[in-house]
Design a protein around this ligand. Structure first.
Ligand code: PAF
Length: 282
């Protein structure tokens, strides 16, 4: 596995890999867990070579968010990727990604509104901007993202369509189902912030979501099911529920009840200083 942190050597490394066939990209911010490694394994099914990027992107963190505390473990991550047969680790420096004078922002309307877009102003501009740059830098044939960040996936799909980031550049934005711990908690780099008591309490998030979905599928009023879900989270150890909403899976438009578009339940809730998100089909 080659590890590269500057653009010029990246370009020649990518050219050499692409001689063998399609190249898949798995964009990450590091602190890799089984969810990321699942993306890598899935990527190998789609391409001759897999490239992984690790870049903790400052533009997607708000002023009061956890940028400085975000776990950085490049040596450990690199060993994990090497063991998975990854061909290229693209770990750009902040200066390589955003050189002095950098001034361009990508903003995706519609799907960025609401949910994390409302709770974290500017977050999806930061994501869209860095992912567009990663696509231009690595020029992959496909890119894989976890469905845990469903709204992010919707933003990236919209951006890829709108900006014609299509074959041979990126012709597949592939969503991979969320990987969960044995108690149902979605894997996330942020789970590392939970102390043992919070970690045990956090399992009430997927449980309460499943219960709300069962109620809605059984004909319960969405508003009542979501109110019960909020109550369960607050009783179960979460101190704030940022949102608990059903939205269209593609449009991310709010749904007050069953509609033509498949619905998805989206929740973000805070336990201690950690904000967890999850989503499931209704
Ligand atoms: O999901 C993530 O880890 C990040 O948002 C991404 C897609 C790597 C962009 O920084």
């Amino acid at each position: 596995m080659q590890t590269i942190s500057q653009l010029v050597p990246l370009r020649s490394a990518v050219d050499a890999l692409k001689v063998d066939g399609p190249l898949a990209l798995v964009p990450t911010m590091g602190a890799l867990h089984d969810g990321h490694l699942t993306l890598v394994r899935e990527a190998r099914k789609h391409a001759a070579h897999v490239a992984v990027s690790i870049f903790v992107n400052p533009r997607q963190f708000g002023p009061n968010e956890d940028l400085d505390a975000y776990p950085r473990q490049l040596a450990r991550d690199s060993a994990l990727l090497q063991a998975e047969g990854v061909s290229l680790l693209w770990a750009p420096t902040a200066e390589a990604m955003y050189p002095a004078g950098y001034a361009t922002n990508i903003s995706v309307d519609g799907v960025s509104a609401g949910l994390c877009g409302a709770a974290r102003p500017g977050h999806f501009d930061g994501v869209a901007t860095v992912v567009c740059k990663l696509f231009n830098q690595v020029r992959p044939d496909c890119a894989l993202f976890g469905e845990k960040d469903w709204q992010q996936l919707a933003v990236i799909r919209r951006m890829a369509r709108d900006l014609d980031l299509t074959a041979p550049h990126v012709d597949g934005i592939i969503g991979v189902p969320t990987v969960r711990e044995a108690d149902g908690l979605a894997m996330s780099s942020r789970n590392a912030y939970l102390d043992p008591a919070q970690r045990a309490q956090a399992a009430c998030l997927p449980r309460a979501m499943q219960a709300a979905i069962a109620a809605m599928r059984g004909g319960a009023d969405y508003a009542a099911a979501l109110a019960a879900l909020r109550g369960e989270l607050l009783a179960g150890g979460f101190h704030t529920v940022d949102y608990a909403e059903v939205r269209g899976a593609d449009s991310i438009a709010l749904q007050a009840g069953p509609g033509a578009e498949a619905g998805r339940l989206f929740v973000a809730a805070r336990i201690g200083s950690t904000r967890l998100i999850d989503n499931l089909p209704v």
